[in-house]
Design a protein around this ligand. Structure first.
Ligand SMILES: NC(=O)c1ccc[n+]([C@@H]2O[C@H](COP(=O)([O-])OP(=O)(O)OC[C@H]3O[C@@H](n4cnc5c(N)ncnc54)[C@H](OP(=O)(O)O)[C@@H]3O)[C@@H](O)[C@H]2O)c1
Length: 242
């Protein structure tokens, strides 16, 4: 599948939701895309759309050696320009069930770290590249309803900021983008009181625009920037009663 003139991307978490919609957009814009996730059927459904443009690698990021899997996929693609990490998990956990928190941390913290570090080191060695991860507006403040989810997203936001600093210091054209969605209509959108819910197609279209502009941080949809600002300015004395 090697072709020097075609951009190569990997989307981790391409079986559904935002990652699935983004994979389709990338192929529509002439990328060759390596798609991953645990559900093989969903990955092959993508490949069936355009067998020449999709490469499939089905694996669980919390149990497999992510670095090995990604290296194999890059060899299959013949290079890598863009890696998008869209895998994520989390659940409402009013009872503070540790199994839920642990599962969330395994993917959103441990696997996340292994994957973004692998990608950064790959791009550093190559001298260029673009790393994109989907964090969340949820990472801005804590949550009594889903403590590990919000905390893991705060970790991602902070970690990506560190990598952005590292990329700037390297003086190489390496870009690190943190996408912070509000509500998007996927299996991940849980809980009552949802508003400004975007379709996954609309979210993916806006994310692709942010990627093209190589922005450091992008809110999706755009107006969630306002909520981000509001969340940051709410005083602790008020927030703790919410
Ligand atoms: N939807 C929202 O409202 C919203 C808001 C803010 C942020 N986000 C973030 O956006 C990202 C994408 O979520 P989504 O909304 O598109 O939900 P989604 O449709 O549930 O997608 C989650 C993706 O993660 C993959 N995944 C889950 N566990 C995995 C594992 N152990 N190993 C490998 N892949 C795994 C899933 O694939 P398999 O199940 O096939 O493995 C799936 O492709 C997540 O990081 C989420 O936190 C979503």
């Amino acid at each position: 599948m090697s072709n020097l003139y075609i951009k190569k991307a990997i989307v981790i978490g391409a079986t559904s939701g935002i990652g699935n919609a983004l994979s389709r957009i990338l192929v529509a814009h002439d990328y060759v895309v390596g798609v991953t996730g645990r559900r093989k059927l969903e990955l092959y459904a993508l490949k069936n759309i355009n067998p020449e443009r999709f490469a499939v690698s089905a694996f669980d990021c919390t149990t497999e050696n992510n670095s090995e899997k990604l290296t194999d996929l890059v060899n299959d693609l013949g290079g890598l320009d863009l890696l998008i990490l869209s895998s994520g998990t989390g659940d409402l956990n009013d009872q503070l069930d540790f199994d839920i928190e642990h599962k969330t941390n395994l993917l959103n913290v441990n696997a996340f770290t292994e994957i973004v570090d692998w990608a950064f080191n790959y791009f550093e060695k190559q001298g260029k590249g673009h790393l994109v991860a989907i964090s969340s507006i949820a990472g801005i403040r804590g949550s009594r309803m889903a403590p590990a989810y919000n905390a893991s997203k705060a970790y991602q936001i902070n970690y990506l900021e560190g990598l952005r600093q590292k990329a700037t210091k390297s003086k190489k054209p390496i870009y690190v983008t943190d996408i912070r969605p509000g509500f998007v209509d996927t299996a991940m959108a849980k809980g009552d009181g949802q508003f400004w819910v975007a379709s996954k197609e609309k979210a993916a279209k806006q994310i692709f625009g942010i990627i093209k502009r190589k922005k450091g941080i992008g809110y999706v949809t755009k107006r969630w920037w306002l909520i981000g600002k509001l969340l940051r300015t709410l005083p602790n004395s008020f927030y703790k009663r919410m």
